[in-house]
Design a protein around this ligand. Structure first.
Ligand SMILES: *Cc1c(COP(=O)(O)O)cnc(C)c1O
Ligand SMILES: [Zn+2]
Length: 370
């Protein structure tokens, strides 16, 4: 079935083309975004079940798609106290596979199902692989997931449990990304980094936040950045809402990286437009340890356009935030704690009545043992 009202547009050279499951990258090497007009019939939306599919007219799937779902419920937005200031924290670790990646996987896999795709490959440090594997299992699509050899056992066990083929690649996350590209020449590459439909799933984070705040935008959002799948998605979501007249302004978007692997932080602060080589060190926030983010220039541009900046947090801050969140009852994974460490940093300069939103991204059971 042709997806007639969506078009791929290259974020680097601006070339356009129709969606094609074997074309994951523009001829110029750049990653694609989608041209798609999101609509928000608010009176209908508020009467629908509390899942991400309530924003149906804003999700680029044909209207007659029979949605493959694992129950993507709207996650709670809880007020937490940080240094005497309230910050609203979205509970996206509560998703079906234990991370917000389900937002992206749900839309991407539904898109591939409408194209009758039967087999995909994907590479991931863990959570995106689990999310793609789970939605493929639900949709009856065979998935082969490439992971770095040192991926935590809890994450590889989850990927295998869904029936996906696991390919362990020696070396770092970048070696895994390179290894999958050979397979991607002949098999559909269901990439959470390259495929723009993934970002048109993660954007529902912004929709839910604004609805939960009474259809208004926060002043500031603080989000993790490795490949930027949540940060870029959220930026698309807020832009959709602004264009449709649902919100009156865009929030400032602040990205958090682990200091041990902070290529975007470095490029942003050196006023560069692209990522230069970064010698990444090990970090407990392994989920955002991305030395060569494919969408680096797009992330830098997006943060600038949204009047934001980057924060880099060290290992001691991440571990202290992890313990502090656990002791308040939030069982998150270490990668998730990097964002909270970023929130704590930001609070030193936050305005008194600034409306700030951040998020928990991954469940602690994924990395049990830390
Ligand atoms: C994917 C992920 C992030 C964000 O990573 P990006 O590489 O920017 O997409 C943050 N936390 C967790 C737990 C994740 O799985
Ligand atoms: Zn291009």
């Amino acid at each position: 079935m042709p997806d007639s009202d969506t078009t791929l547009i290259c974020t680097r050279c601006g070339a356009t083309r129709p969606p094609d499951p074997l074309c994951w990258q523009c001829a110029c090497g750049g990653p694609f975004d989608l041209i798609f007009e999101a609509r928000f019939p608010l009176d209908q939306i508020v009467r629908r079940p509390p899942t991400m599919w309530r924003y149906r007219e804003a999700i680029p799937l044909p209207a007659n798609t029979r949605i493959v779902s694992l129950g993507e419920v709207m996650t709670p937005l809880l007020p937490l106290d940080f240094a005497g200031h309230t910050v609203w924290i979205k509970q996206d670790h509560l998703f079906p596979t234990g991370s917000y990646k389900d937002r992206g996987a749900a839309v991407l896999v539904n898109h591939l199902a409408t194209l009758d795709i039967k087999q995909v490959v994907e590479d991931s440090s863990g959570n995106a692989g689990s999310a793609i594997a789970a939605y493929c299992a639900r949709a009856g699509i065979a998935a082969e997931i490439y992971v770095p050899a040192d991926t935590p056992a809890a994450k590889t066990a989850q990927i295998k449990a869904y029936g996906a083929q696991l390919r362990r690649i020696p070396g770092n996350r970048q070696d895994t990304a390179h290894a999958v590209l050979t397979a991607a020449q002949t098999t559909c590459y269901a990439s959470h980094v390259w495929n723009p439909f993934f970002f048109h799933g993660t954007k529902t984070w912004a929709y839910e936040v604004c609805e939960q705040l009474g259809w208004r935008a926060p002043d500031t959002v603080i989000l993790p950045v490795g490949n930027g799948t949540l940060l870029l998605g959220a930026a698309i979501g807020f832009r959709d809402l602004l264009r449709a007249g649902v919100i009156a302004h865009l929030p400032r978007i602040i990205g958090v990286q682990a200091q041990a692997c902070a290529p975007i932080y470095k490029a942003f602060n050196e006023n560069l437009d692209k990522i230069v080589h970064f010698e990444g060190q090990h970090t407990v926030a392994e989920g955002i340890a991305i030395a060569e983010p494919a969408r680096g220039p797009q992330i830098i541009r997006t943060v600038r356009e949204n009047r934001g900046f980057l924060i880099a947090v060290d290992e001691a801050e991440i571990l202290a935030s992890l313990r502090s969140m656990w002791q308040q009852g939030f069982y998150i994974e270490p990668t998730s704690a990097a964002t909270i460490a970023g929130v704590l940093r930001y609070m030193q300069d936050a305005g008194n009545d600034e409306l700030i939103v951040s998020t928990l991204t991954g469940h602690g059971l994924k990395a049990a043992g830390h």
